[in-house]
Design a protein around this ligand. Sequence first.
Ligand SMILES: Nc1ncnc2c1ncn2[C@@H]1O[C@H](COP(=O)(O)OP(=O)(O)O)[C@@H](O)[C@H]1O
Ligand SMILES: [Mg+2]
Length: 323
Amino acid sequence: MPAPFCLPPYLSARSATETVAACQRLLESDDAAMVDAKRLRFADPFGLAMLGATFHMVRDQGRAVGVCGLSSDMAGYLSRMDVFEGVELVGCAPRPTERHDRRDALVELTLLDKQGGVDDAAYRLATVLAGTDPGEPPDEMSGFTAYDRLVEPIQYALSELLENAMTHARRQGFRYASVWVACQYYRNGLIRLGVVDNGCGFLETLRAHPDLRRETHHEAILIALRPRISCNRDLRLGLDSVNQGVGLTTTSRIAGQAGGGLVIVSGNAFHSTTGGSGILGCAAEWQGVAIAMECRRDRLPNVRVRELLPPLDALTSVRLRFE
Ligand SMILES: Nc1ncnc2c1ncn2[C@@H]1O[C@H](COP(=O)(O)OP(=O)(O)O)[C@@H](O)[C@H]1O
Ligand SMILES: [Mg+2]
């Protein structure tokens, strides 16, 4: 195997440039990919999904992947999150962890590569993140339980992000693109999601959109976040929220209302809804879209998804899939 390439200390949305640059380097390396993880200290679901997607793609290129230098804690955690499928761990024994010890808090790296099943997957992931249903009786007025209110916003966000990655990402010759998702609830009350695809990216789907003033990845991310912007231009034909150009806007509003935000990477650009936007450093680029969402679990029950949806055309009737 060639000399190992050293992973950065943080694989996370906060260090998106380093994360994307590391994945890019692995994808563009020759022969077998050997990764030295001795500096790695923290990986969030964004980093896990990026690393898992990258390992998967390197293996699809017919190359072997090996990881050395991992601490036993990191090896245990990353194995628990299923990041090492088909990856050779060299000289690092994962610390044995009880597989189900954090069933209420972790969702392993999951690969979705078939159309359909997005809503089921989103519901399954949302209920894991929401924790155990305390079984409280429903509110008399709305018929919703507090638990329903907790699940609804996160399920909406996951459905929208996964649906986008399974449809838009597969345009422009990227029919076989896949999507990787990982989630975690942290003891400090934060929920973090990572949704990564290796499809065509925002710019390809929005290149012909009249609102795109400059043909750059950064501009494409920014306009995709605006309400009612969709590559599916004839919005009057839309029968559900998938075709309304409101999915990303609403997802970012949900994250904001729940005390967090989104970080979006596509091509050579990134945008954080809580500050920071522009071109990734180190000439880093990701072919596809990678999104991190962060929010506070205790704030989710106060989020009213319906009130956050941008106003819709009077012409269209909207059937919301979380109802
Ligand atoms: N994963 C993705 N890959 C490529 N383009 C995407 C992706 N997600 C969103 N987009 C682009 O952003 C636009 C806005 O997305 P969204 O707000 O969910 O609206 P809609 O899905 O209804 O078009 C999409 O129409 C598409 O052009
Ligand atoms: Mg959408």
